[in-house]
Ligand binder design. Structure first.
Ligand SMILES: Cc1cc2nc3c(=O)[nH]c(=O)nc-3n(C[C@H](O)[C@H](O)[C@H](O)COP(=O)(O)OP(=O)(O)OC[C@H]3O[C@@H](n4cnc5c(N)ncnc54)[C@H](O)[C@@H]3O)c2cc1C
Length: 405
């Protein structure tokens, strides 16, 4: 065991009102998990973590800990806070493969899960444990969602998604890869084939566009397309990235690791939407950040910007007359994603808001009876732990619904 894991655990004050737990969106019982770990009860600690958050192995790596558990630790007021994530990662990693999920007796009903991202995986584990026969329908060739096809491997090893796939199969969950619902098969076909409830966890996979001239040129790409398979691209030596969010930081780091020499990110204002952690690592690896650049056009030579004029409060109050022509071999647009509309177009009564995000009630049921939803497809682009938090509520809603059916 790396010595710092135990040392980190030994620094915990076991607060009566643990702020770290309050700061965690799924309220992980951090003091109790640490106590079990200190008593050499690793399996009990792992079980507690997993039952509260089936994605604990992932969250221990990709959550924004500085804003959540670590950021709320009382020790941080006067000194160094506890890095619970290293303890969580150690326990989850050691426990995951030998974990046996206790399943209630078979309830005689089948449920369909559309989308194998964090939301779909959470619902699949919860519904299988509750005694339902679960099938995941995944549009891509393997499960994981953004964990497999978005977050770079050096931040989250792909092998973790493989371990989740294997554990789901071991638990009795069936997986149909390469099956887009809303294509040849529709939600109505699932009810026809005996599924009593359907969960939608399809995320946000439609790249938002800038709507400017040049977006269809061969040297212009969208971040999700690039991150899905960076080996399929030749971005050249210099890369301009439009956007300053977490995905843009990932694009920068992947581009640099694929041979780009000059990577520059451009933001319209002085606001960075990426977490300070992701921002600083992109900088550390050599990405340059430029603020106050509003893109007007993209050419084969690179993007063209208007340069913002700021007031003393860093508010944009106008633009300089002269345009700024930036030379770059390629431009990657990374200004967030929205949901695809396949399910809405093919499911009568399924309603979305003006951003295309599914509308749900307090039980996470959509506007179609028996169809539930959670994660990014409801919240918009958010985080893994927020997808888990809502997916847990969706599973509870589904169980309640199925019990009364
Ligand atoms: C580049 C990038 C980096 C990120 N980094 C972080 C991070 O460090 N930490 C963090 O907490 N969050 C991060 N996020 C956000 C996080 O990954 C998402 O909030 C989370 O994955 C949402 O989970 P989900 O299950 O709702 O959707 P997704 O992960 O998007 O999964 C949806 C799944 O549904 C499938 N699907 C879609 N439509 C259909 C259909 N019609 N039929 C069948 N299957 C379908 C998709 O193929 C996909 O597998 C990042 C996001 C991106 C884009």
């Amino acid at each position: 065991m790396p010595v710092y894991v135990k040392e980190t655990a030994d620094r915990c004050l076991h607060c009566k009102v643990p702020q770290c737990q309050k700061g965690c969106p799924v309220h992980t019982n951090i003091p109790e998990v640490i106590s079990l770990f200190q008593e050499n009860k690793l399996r009990e600690a792992g079980k507690m973590l997993f039952e509260n958050n089936p994605m604990s192995l992932v969250c221990s790596i990709v959550c924004d800990h500085n804003r959540q558990c670590r950021g709320h630790c009382v020790l941080g007021k006067k000194g160094a806070p506890i890095n619970f994530s290293v303890i969580e990662q150690f326990i989850s990693d050691a426990y995951f493969d030998s974990m046996e999920i206790e399943k209630q007796p078979f309830k005689g009903k089948k449920v369909a899960v559309i989308g194998g991202g964090p939301a779909g995986i959470t619902v699949a584990f919860k519904m299988a444990a509750a005694g339902y026969d679960v099938t995941i329908f995944e549009g891509k060739d393997d499960i994981g969602g953004v964990l497999r096809y978005g977050i770079p491997d050096f931040r989250l090893p792909r092998s973790i998604c493989d371990r989740y796939r294997n554990k789901l199969l071991e638990t009795g969950v069936k997986i149909r890869p390469n099956t887009v619902i809303g294509g040849s098969l529709e939600i109505n076909n699932l009810f026809r084939d005996g599924y009593s409830a359907v969960f939608v966890g399809t995320g946000v996979w439609r790249s938002k566009t800038l709507g400017i001239k040049g977006e269809s040129l061969p040297n212009v790409h969208y971040s999700m397309d690039f991150l899905m398979n960076p080996n399929g691209y030749n971005l050249g030596e210099s890369v301009a990235i439009i956007g300053m969010g977490n995905a843009a930081m990932d694009v920068a780091r992947v581009a640099l690791r694929h041979g780009a020499r000059h990577v520059t990110l451009f933001a319209r204002s002085k606001r960075v939407t990426a977490s300070p952690h992701e921002f600083s690592y992109a900088q550390l690896e050599g990405a340059e950040m430029v603020f106050g650049k509003a893109i007007t056009e993209i050419t084969e030579e690179g993007p063209v910007f208007k340069t913002a004029i700021f007031d003393e409060n860093d508010k944009v109050i106008g633009y300089e007359d002269e345009l700024d022509y930036v030379k770059s071999d390629s431009t990657v647009i990374s200004i967030s994603n929205g949901p695809k509309n396949k399910l809405i177009l093919t499911t009568p009564g399924l309603q979305a808001n003006d951003q295309g995000l599914l509308i749900t009630d307090e039980n996470c049921m959509t506007t179609v009876e028996g169809v539930f939803a959670a994660g990014d497809v409801v919240q918009g682009a958010n985080t893994v732990v927020h997808a888990v938090e809502e997916a847990k509520r969706a599973a509870e809603g589904m169980i309640k619904y199925l019990e009364n059916l």
